[in-house]
Ligand binder design. Structure first.
Ligand SMILES: [Zn+2]
Length: 169
């Protein structure tokens, strides 16, 4: 299945996603598809609304051997520590990037398809990507987190993306 990525301007990216009802063993196939799409697009994280699905579900793979691949189902951050600013992009806002403040460390609570709860401690880039993907599940994007100066610099790009999105939906 070749699913197209949703892009800035499409309504699904601005909504709060619905909780996944667990257990749901069939979810494994969808998770595999999301991973395929993420690798194809050369991303390190992908959230369900980015492929048009109203679900609190996201996948993350930094592509590093020392960091585990994460599947997040109904995730919630239960603790945060420290702050760190770094440049961030998003597959749903092609050509746009900006400096975003994130936690240096987070502990995220998540569930597996069988309905078992687990908590994962994430540090550095992984913590950043977890916060980025969880933002997607609440309809938030990096452009909501960057400075107004940076945002105004990309306003023409954003306008163009919005125009393209209106043609899609
Ligand atoms: Zn994103």
């Amino acid at each position: 299945m070749k699913r197209e990525l949703t892009t800035y301007g499409q309504a699904v990216l601005r909504r709060r996603m619905k909780e996944v009802v667990l257990p749901d063993e069939a979810l494994g196939d969808l998770i595999d598809k999301m991973l395929d799409i993420m690798y194809r697009e050369k991303g390190i994280g992908l959230a369900a609304p980015q492929i048009g699905l109203d679900m609190r579900l996201a996948v993350i793979d930094l592509g590093r051997r020392d960091v585990e691949r994460l599947v997040l189902i109904n995730p919630m951050i239960i603790s945060r520590q420290g702050e760190c600013v770094a440049e961030e992009g998003c597959l749903s806002i092609p050509g746009v990037s900006g400096n975003v403040m994130r936690s240096r460390e987070v502990v995220v609570e998540t569930w597996d398809t069988a309905g078992n709860r687990r908590t994962v401690k994430c540090v550095g880039l992984l913590a950043r990507v977890v916060e980025h993907e969880l933002d997607h599940l609440d309809g938030l994007l990096i452009i909501d987190k960057i400075s107004t100066v940076e945002r105004s610099l990309m306003s023409s790009k954003l306008k163009k993306l919005k125009k393209e999105a209106s043609r899609k939906s």
